[in-house]
Design a protein around this ligand. Structure first.
Ligand SMILES: [Fe+2]
Length: 267
């Protein structure tokens, strides 16, 4: 099974990911060792920086290095764009990279500050223009943790959600875990990613997380979420998503987590 990671920080010296090419190569090796063969590099971008040309140049250098060392990982272009009032204008001007040049834009919301008042309107505008905003780690955004109706509303406005695998296994704390499972039960976890920043990240414990998902949603779900759906996204296809329900106040089933957490973190 070859997994696809739609969100990570693998490029060297461009954001809070690896500082050197060697560290990027280490992260690539780690991703391959847990089963990935394709990743989208999604460095943080804000106010049009770093520019797409800078990202692509860095990506080409990394890919050449991986090829030279026979590390079987394909790295595709992307960005994790912080929400800004003029995100749509920057997209129109070609100043933001979408995921592999598709309609899918990784649009990051603030985690600890209130969501900007224009958030829902921007999602509508992006959708009307043919883009599909993909919101990374919604389970870590305080405003969404405290208001599940808002999670549902932003989805109805056109956004889809990409949850961090580590949220399922409790690596990111109980509040994050609870939100992730509540979203999972409401069919609001559309995609998953590692959001890995370094080779030692416990977030790379993907196989354990996939097992948790299979256990919770049933056989075949990990394949859909780790391979089939990301593959369709990278081909710029419309995603076949289950109908979302309004999330309940909390997940109903018991989280299959504490044992998993120990096995992923090793302590
Ligand atoms: Fe990220």
């Amino acid at each position: 099974m070859h997994y696809i990671d739609l969100h990570n920080h693998i490029l060297p010296a461009i954001d809070d990911g690896p500082r050197t090419m060697e560290q990027s190569v280490d992260l690539a090796r780690a991703l391959v060792s847990v089963g990935f063969n394709t990743v989208v590099a999604t460095p943080h971008t804000c106010e049009g920086k770093p520019a797409p040309a800078v990202i692509l140049k860095r990506l080409n250098r990394l890919q050449a290095e991986l090829d030279h060392r026979s590390i079987a990982l394909k790295v595709l272009p992307g960005a994790e764009q912080h929400i800004e009032p003029y995100t749509l204008e920057l997209l129109r001007e070609g100043k933001i990279l979408t995921l592999n040049n598709t309609r899918y834009l990784l649009l990051e919301l603030p985690m600890f500050q209130p969501l900007p008042a224009y958030t829902e309107k921007l999602i509508y505008s992006l959708t009307a223009e043919g883009y599909c905003p993909v919101i990374p780690h919604p389970e870590r955004t305080l405003d969404l943790q405290s208001d599940y109706r808002l999670i549902y509303r932003l989805h109805k406005a056109g956004a889809i959600y990409q949850v961090t695998w580590g949220a399922l296994t409790g690596l990111l704390g109980p509040a994050v875990r609870k939100t992730a499972y509540t979203m999972l039960e409401a069919n609001l976890c559309h995609l998953f990613s590692t959001d890995a920043h370094d080779a030692d990240s416990p977030l790379l414990g993907i196989n354990k997380a996939a097992a948790v998902l299979e256990d919770y949603l049933g056989p075949g779900s990990a394949q859909t979420l780790l391979i089939k759906r990301p593959r369709a996204l990278l081909a710029d296809q419309e995603l076949d998503l289950p109908v979302a329900a309004k999330p309940k106040k909390s997940a109903k089933k018991k989280y299959p987590l504490l044992k998993m957490r120990r096995s992923i973190t090793g302590h």
